[in-house]
Every structure is written in structure tokens, then in C-alpha cells.
Design a protein around this ligand. Structure first.
Ligand code: ADP
Length: 440
């Protein structure tokens, strides 16, 4: 099996990727805001200086005086005044700074910023009267603060990322450990016993473990039922086979001295072999019920009428029919025949006298009913008769040929078509079987 990534590794990687992306975006925003803030601050300062000079100019400026007495608020500020007559004045040490800045590089999008090697300057010029006034503000200190803040911020982000990743790794590890434990337990579970340990939390794992245990329990019950069925079926088959072998022995041992045993034993062998034949046929039918081939739109009304007529002929019994015409149903024809035959054969077997009535109607469902006036079914048996191989009081039924599979076939077929079967008492006596099929 290819080595799969563990949940904690996968989640940690995803978290780190996503978190790093968010941090990157936040830092970009931070850089943008800081640059705007610094630029604003310096250009405010520049505006203030130009305003002061302009106000002085209107009151008759003496440029050389102004530059000489220019109060340097900050060591990083330099002023240059160029007059139209060619005279140029510099504030203290400003000539050198202007010389350096003239060789610097401008910064894209920030028109007044100039970079000279590692130094950062703000440069602006303005015409005031007949003078061209230029100003340089050294912005290194303020940009340094911003860069340092950014660095601290980046460092904190990296620490946050590492701590966050470690926490996620640990937390997911704790949950996935429960899943790993579960899968280890699963590998060791015996198909007949043992359950998964159900953790209290997280809720999802609790639910999966509980659901799995419920399913396990159902599967085990189903397997148990299957085993029981196979053992019952083999028992049912073994009994007539043993009887047949007994009579064969009898014939072998006694037929010469008592030839009268031959017809007796042959009749018995015939009866028992028919029982085996019926049982094996029914077992095969039961095994094939799930098969959903050959579905077609069947004229249910005609089919019921035909089946009743056939059984009437073969049994010689009168069967009353009440069929609403043209009821159609999508079904495999043989399935529908099997249902009708099994119910009617039971009615004929368990109601040797009295009226048998078959009716078919359609309202919100298709409704098939077989009613007899026979021996009836006690309330406590009404559920059980649909179980495989179940026969009410075998001694009562021993005279009547049967295997206990007929009704389980009917039930399985009805369920296959999403229908329902109910059994009730007929009046004054007997049984009514009612089948409901959904209208299609
Ligand atoms: P069987 O082969 O024994 O008839 P079924 O599965 O068809 O098996 O029926 C199960 C049991 O239900 C029967 O053994 C019988 O005791 C009872 N039963 C079925 N149909 C009727 C009926 N119409 N009247 C009374 N009892 C019935």
C-alpha cells in the first residue's frame, strides 16, 4: 500500500500554508500603510517649511538672511535658494547634501523620495517669488522605525506560525490517535465477538464507533439467522431422506419374504421425495428473490383472474373473484404468479371447506386480498408465519403438505416491490391476507 499522509501532517501543512498566506497579506498591508504614513509625515513637514518661507517672502524676503538664519529643526533638513540673477544660497552644510541627492535614484510611485546608497531622502522644490526654493529632508530615522517595526512584526509572525503549527500538530495527533487505535482494534476484531472501544469525544469519532458497533451487532445477528436457517433447512431435508433410506432398507431386507411391503414403502418414498423436491425448489426460489430482471408493465387484473381460474380447475374448488379491471403494475410476471399461487395454495390447504375469495382493487395503493374460512391463525403466530421454515404447530400441519417457506417467499417478493403484507382474521372464521403495492 502506498504510504499515505497522516491527518496531522496533512492538516499541519495546510494550516501553515494558509496561515503564511494570511500573514503575507497582512504584512503587505502593513508595509503599504507604513509607507503612506511616513510619506505623509515628511510631506507635511515639507509643506510647513514652504508655508513659513512663503509667508516671510510676502513681507519682503531677504534670501541670504533667510538661508543663513534658517532654523534647522532637524539636522537632516537642507535648504537651497536659487535666484533668477544666478545667485544661490545654501543653509549650513546643505551644498554637499544637494550634491549627493542630485546623484540619487527616485523611488517608483513615491515621486519625492530619493535613494542615495543606503540613505533615504525627501526632495521637493517650489517657486516662491523670483526664487526657486529646494528642500531636502533626511527620512532615514523615521523609515528606520518603520522597518524595525516591520522586522519585529515578521519575527512575531514566524514565531506565531511555528507555535500554531506545533499546536495543530499536537491537537490533530490526539484525535487521529483515537482513529488509529480504532483501526488497530478493527484489525483484531473477531467476526463473532468483541466491539470497538467508543471514545467519549470528539463527537464524530464517538458517532462512527457507535454506528459501527450497531452495524456489527446487526451483521452478527444476520449471520446467526443464516446459520440457523441453513441448519434448519438441512434438518428438513435430512428427515425425508432418512425416511426414504429406512424404506429402502425395509424393501431390501423384507421384500422377498413380505412382498406386500413394496407398494407401501414405494408410496412412502414417493411422498417423501416429493417433499424434498418441493423444499429444494422453494429454497432455490427464496435465494433468487432479489433478482430484479425481467420487469415489465403487467396487467395485474388479467393475471389474477388467470391464476385463479387455473387453480380452480386443478383443485376443483370454487373461488370467488372480485377484480377491478385494468390495474397495471411494473413487476416480473413470475414473481406476481408466485405470490398469488402461494397465497391461494395456502388457502386451499388450510381451509379445506368454506368460501375462498380473491379481490383486487386500486385506491391510493394496489390492494390484493385472499380470504378463506379455514382454521385461522392465532394472534401470537401472525408475525412468525413469515419466518423461513416456520410452520404453526407441526403436528397440526403434519397432515398438510408444506415446508414453511411459502409465506417467507411471498414476504420477500412483496418487500422487493416496496409493498407490505398484513394478515388478519376473517369472519366468522378463517384468515385474510392483504397485500399493498405502491401505485406506479
Ligand atoms: P407451509 O409450506 O407450511 O404452508 P407457509 O410459509 O406457506 O408454509 O406458511 C407458514 C405457516 O402459516 C403454515 O405452516 C400454516 O401453519 C400457516 N398458514 C399459512 N397460510 C394459512 C392460512 N390461509 N390459514 C391458516 N394458516 C395458514
Amino acid at each position: 500500500m502506498k504510504n499515505k499522509q497522516t491527518a496531522k501532517r496533512q492538516l499541519t501543512m495546510r494550516f501553515m500554508g494558509l496561515f503564511a498566506l494570511i500573514l503575507l497579506l497582512m504584512n503587505l498591508i502593513f508595509v503599504g500603510i507604513s509607507v503612506a504614513f511616513v510619506y505623509d509625515y515628511v510631506s507635511d513637514r515639507s509643506e510647513h517649511i514652504f508655508d513659513t518661507i512663503e509667508n516671510g517672502e510676502t513681507s519682503g524676503q531677504n534670501w541670504s538672511n533667510l538661508v543663513n538664519n534658517y532654523v534647522i529643526q532637524d539636522e537632516g533638513e537642507a535648504l537651497q535658494v536659487r535666484l533668477s540673477n544666478g545667485e544661490t544660497y545654501y543653509s549650513e552644510d546643505a551644498a554637499e547634501t544637494f550634491n549627493d541627492v542630485s546623484e540619487g535614484k527616485t523611488v517608483p510611485f513615491l515621486e519625492h523620495f530619493v535613494l542615495v546608497d543606503d540613505d533615504r531622502y525627501y526632495y521637493e522644490e517650489k517657486e516662491i517669488g523670483d526664487a526657486e526654493v529646494s528642500l531636502i529632508i533626511d527620512s532615514e530615522a523615521i523609515t528606520d522605525i518603520t522597518i524595525n517595526l516591520l522586522m519585529v512584526n515578521l519575527l512575531l509572525n514566524v514565531v506565531g506560525l511555528i507555535v500554531g503549527a506545533a499546536l495543530i500538530y499536537w491537537m490533530v495527533g490526539r484525535w487521529s490517535q483515537k482513529l488509529s487505535q480504532m483501526s488497530a482494534e478493527l484489525n483484531q476484531l473477531d467476526e463473532t465477538q468483541g466491539y470497538l472501544t467508543v471514545p467519549e469525544d470528539p463527537q464524530e469519532i464517538y458517532q462512527v464507533a457507535t454506528a459501527f458497533n450497531t452495524l456489527l451487532e446487526k451483521q452478527r445477528q444476520a449471520i446467526e439467522r443464516e446459520k440457523q436457517f441453513v441448519s434448519d433447512a438441512s434438518h428438513e431435508l435430512r428427515t425425508p431422506i432418512a425416511a426414504i433410506r429406512g424404506h429402502m432398507n425395509l424393501i431390501q431386507r423384507r421384500s422377498e419374504t413380505h412382498p406386500e411391503v413394496i407398494p407401501q414403502s414405494l408410496a412412502f418414498i414417493d411422498k417423501e421425495s416429493k417433499r424434498i423436491e418441493l423444499l429444494s425448489e422453494q429454497l432455490l426460489t427464496l435465494g433468487r428473490v432479489e433478482n430484479k430482471n425481467n420487469l415489465e408493465m403487467i396487467d395485474f387484473s388479467s393475471l389474477v383472474t388467470q391464476e385463479v381460474k387455473d387453480l380452480q380447475l386443478s383443485s376443483g374448488r370454487e373461488i370467488a373473484l372480485q377484480v377491478e379491471p385494468e390495474i397495471y403494475f411494473k413487476v416480473a410476471k413470475t414473481d406476481l404468479q408466485q405470490i398469488i399461487q402461494n397465497l391461494l395454495e395456502n388457502a386451499l390447504k388450510y381451509a379445506p371447506t368454506g368460501k375462498i375469495k380473491v379481490s383486487l382493487h386500486k385506491n391510493d395503493k394496489i390492494n390484493l386480498q385472499v380470504a378463506d374460512q379455514g382454521i385461522g391463525i392465532a394472534d401470537e403466530e401472525k408475525e412468525k408465519i413469515f419466518e423461513r421454515l416456520y410452520r404453526i404447530d407441526p403436528s397440526r400441519s403434519s397432515e398438510i403438505n408444506g415446508s414453511g417457506i411459502g409465506l417467507s417467499i411471498v414476504k420477500a417478493l412483496v418487500t422487493k416491490y416496496e409493498g407490505d403484507i398484513q394478515v388478519g382474521d376473517n369472519q366468522p372464521k378463517g384468515t385474510i391476507f392483504t397485500i399493498y403495492f405502491p401505485k406506479k
